[in-house]
Design a protein around this ligand. Structure first.
Ligand code: SF4
Length: 340
């Protein structure tokens, strides 16, 4: 997996008032990447007379430098207290990605350049909740790692939390450029989780993301550098060789990290989809083999009022007991946080 290099960079003009905005403007201006400065509000200078599919794919190659308004952080239950808005969007093309419904027709990769103000706002929330600990999630609307090479914002945030007694930080990624984090004095205040899947699922449904070995290799690095490290095994699919492949995956984690699971957290999520997501996915990834046959699923109302199609109860039981069995064999000391 190569470093994320956008085709276009759009700079909101107020982003230039911040050191990071100015630095990135200069960096991209001196490169071959097309940069355009636009007003602080209003539309981008793109031809909108193109298909949804084209807009979607164009947005995934467009980096936007923006200033985050700081009125309020979104809550982020149950994994954290608040979202930490550093990045939104992702250049990956996972067919099932929740961002395809959350970010609308133009899923730009947006980075917020007022990082110091964002961290000050996080400090306000920490003060408010004293003496409780406050947890911030850095990947609620993004995979935050691909633009990190340009922004350094995750490193800055890891350092911020390392000095903070009552705040902690976590994010999840499928990407692997973790080397800059290894030398940081993180004081175990940041948890880095890696999203993994079986070989078949990665090959079929996760284009433009790193392969399994690279992701586990990156996890081994953060684990050995003392970070709290975890894995999301998600989304779990049922197909012909699913048991064999998920077993290989769990075995490989134990072997590569040379652990029986000590200090590792696991989150297990089965595949589900909404009617809206299905429509979008079929339009932007025509020909996808993502299993989305409603008749093979059970309809379940979600907490936000819309329904989703999950595997039927018996299948869920089967997946759960199989996952428990292989985790007990290869990672018996890991903490499974939830299975859904
Ligand atoms: S890597 Fe994560 S955020 Fe990016 S497209 Fe895939 S599922 Fe979505």
């Amino acid at each position: 997996m190569k470093t994320f290099i956008p085709d276009n960079v759009i700079i909101r003009e107020n982003a230039l008032d911040y050191p990071l905005g100015e630095k990135l403007y200069n960096t991209f201006n001196e490169s071959e990447v097309r940069t355009r400065v636009v007003s602080a509000r209003g539309p981008f200078p793109f031809d909108n007379n193109v298909s949804f599919k084209k807009k979607y794919h164009r947005a995934k190659k467009t980096l936007v430098l923006s200033v985050r308004t700081l009125s309020k952080f979104q809550t982020c239950k149950p994994s954290a207290h608040y979202q930490l808005p550093l990045v939104s969007g992702c250049p990956g093309h996972c067919h099932y990605c929740y961002l395809s419904t959350n970010l609308g027709k133009n899923p730009y990769i947006k980075v917020y350049v007022n990082i110091e103000e964002i961290l000050e706002k996080a400090q306000d929330y920490i003060e408010e909740r004293k003496p409780e600990n406050t947890i911030f999630e850095g990947a609620a609307t993004s995979d935050p790692l691909p633009p990190e090479k340009w922004t350094g914002s995750l490193s800055r945030t890891i350092e911020f939390f390392s000095r903070n007694q009552l705040g902690s930080f976590r994010f999840v990624t499928k990407f692997t450029e973790v080397d800059p984090f290894l030398k940081l004095d993180h004081k175990q205040k940041t948890e880095i989780r890696f999203s993994l899947n079986s070989k078949y699922s990665i090959k079929k449904f996760e284009p433009d993301t790193p392969g399994l070995e690279d992701r586990i290799g990156a996890a081994a690095k953060t684990y050995n550098a003392g970070y709290k490290t975890g894995f999301l095994i998600a989304p779990i699919f049922i197909y012909e060789d699913w048991e064999q492949e998920y077993e290989e995956l769990v075995k490989k984690i134990g072997k590569s990290l040379n652990t029986r699971g000590q200090g590792l957290s696991l989150e297990l999520i089965t595949h589900r989809f909404t009617a809206r997501a299905k429509n979008i996915i079929e339009e932007v990834y025509p020909g996808t083999e993502l299993p989305m046959n409603e008749e093979e699923r059970q309809f379940k109302y979600g907490q936000f009022g819309y329904g989703k199609y999950v595997y039927p109860k018996e299948t869920m039981h089967k997946i759960k007991s199989f996952m428990e069995k292989i985790i007990n064999s290869y990672l018996p000391r890991a903490e499974t946080k939830y299975f859904v």
